[in-house]
Design a protein around this ligand. Structure first.
Ligand SMILES: CC(C)(COP(=O)(O)OP(=O)(O)OC[C@H]1O[C@@H](n2cnc3c(N)ncnc32)[C@H](O)[C@@H]1OP(=O)(O)O)[C@@H](O)C(=O)NCCC(=O)NCCS
Length: 280
């Protein structure tokens, strides 16, 4: 049985999407999702591939690491949750990495704990079950496409400081394999202004989907649009067959957490990133 770690290639990303889509479990940890890969695809396949490490066991993808904002976000296949050998190999391969996100992988988390890794930034996972139909959100919603990409981009840039989103990046994201199970939603108010947007990512029938990202135009906040677009996201994921709608936001993002809660998402216990001990 051999475990290998390789950097992804643009050609291998499609296979990775298929593997990662199998991983989310209803009620399981909200770990790095195929939608996180999909959202990062806006920078193009080659840039994404450079940011991705893939662990395989006998040719089968069992774990992934996504370099993101100075840390590595780790995803582990449920069948490899207790794989001690994989855990040891991953830790060895992460030499030089100071902070990881590891929300799944019992063996890997136990190993980091034994090695003295400490809690870093706390995140709030929130989950909305989709067994029951979702009520109308009260905002006019359009599905994103070439015809309204300008609105999608404008809302994104007006919702997130320092956003570099662009029409070109939207097209790069929308043409990629992960987006085949995804949708952008744009919310319009009574005056016809684009006020809110979200991208939702399904991992296939019966598995949890992900919201990434969600935001309201800074000129249109405090009017219930955040709640509405987040309800619309749940409805879209339900239509796409997801079992639940999941999201993770920094625990300190008070407005974000309040908005998801207001839209019927239940806050789960906080999860923290993990930092290597000094000299560890
Ligand atoms: C967070 C955000 C989406 C809220 O949008 P919004 O349209 O102002 O939110 P709403 O008016 O729908 O408010 C929804 C609920 O959240 C609460 N809320 C919103 N912003 C809040 C804040 N900054 N502090 C405390 N509560 C807040 C509202 O009081 C409301 O609660 P209620 O339904 O219990 O009355 C918006 O500020 C935003 O786009 N922020 C930047 C992007 C972001 O953080 N996205 C979420 C994480 S990815």
């Amino acid at each position: 049985m051999s475990i290998t770690m390789l950097r992804a290639t643009p050609e291998s990303l499609g296979e990775l999407v298929e593997a990662m889509s199998q991983w989310p479990r209803t009620g399981g940890p909200v770990q790095v999702h195929v939608g996180d890969l999909g959202w990062k695809w806006r920078f193009g396949g080659p840039a994404l591939a450079e940011a991705v490490r893939v662990w395989t066991r006998d040719g089968r993808v069992v774990a992934v690491g996504l370099d993101d904002d100075g840390l590595v976000r780790l995803g582990i296949a449920p069948e490899a949750d207790d794989d001690i050998e994989l855990a040891a190999r991953m830790l060895a391969d992460l030499e030089g990495v100071e902070v990881v996100e590891a929300r799944a992988g019992a063996a890997f988390r136990a190993l980091l704990a034994r090695r003295g890794w400490v809690a870093d930034e706390p995140w709030a996972p929130l989950v909305r079950d989709l067994a029951e139909p979702v009520a109308d959100c009260g905002l006019r919603i359009e599905v994103g496409g070439a015809h309204n990409v300008r609105d999608r981009v404008e809302v994104q840039r007006a919702a997130f400081d320092n956003s570099t989103f662009s029409e070109e990046r939207w097209h790069a994201m929308a043409a990629a394999p992960a987006y085949q199970r995804a949708r952008c939603l744009i919310g319009y108010d009574d005056t016809g202004a684009a006020v809110a947007a979200v991208t939702v990512w399904s991992a296939g029938e019966g598995r949890p989907g992900l919201l990434e990202p969600m935001g309201v135009h800074r000129d249109h906040r405090g009017r219930g649009h955040g709640r509405a677009i987040t309800v619309a996201a749940a409805a879209a994921l339900r239509e796409m067959g997801s079992s639940s709608a999941t999201v993770c936001t920094p625990a300190g993002n008070v407005g974000g957490v309040a908005t998801y809660a207001s839209a019927g998402y239940t806050r789960q216990p906080d999860v923290t990133d993990l930092r290597r001990p000094i000299g560890g």
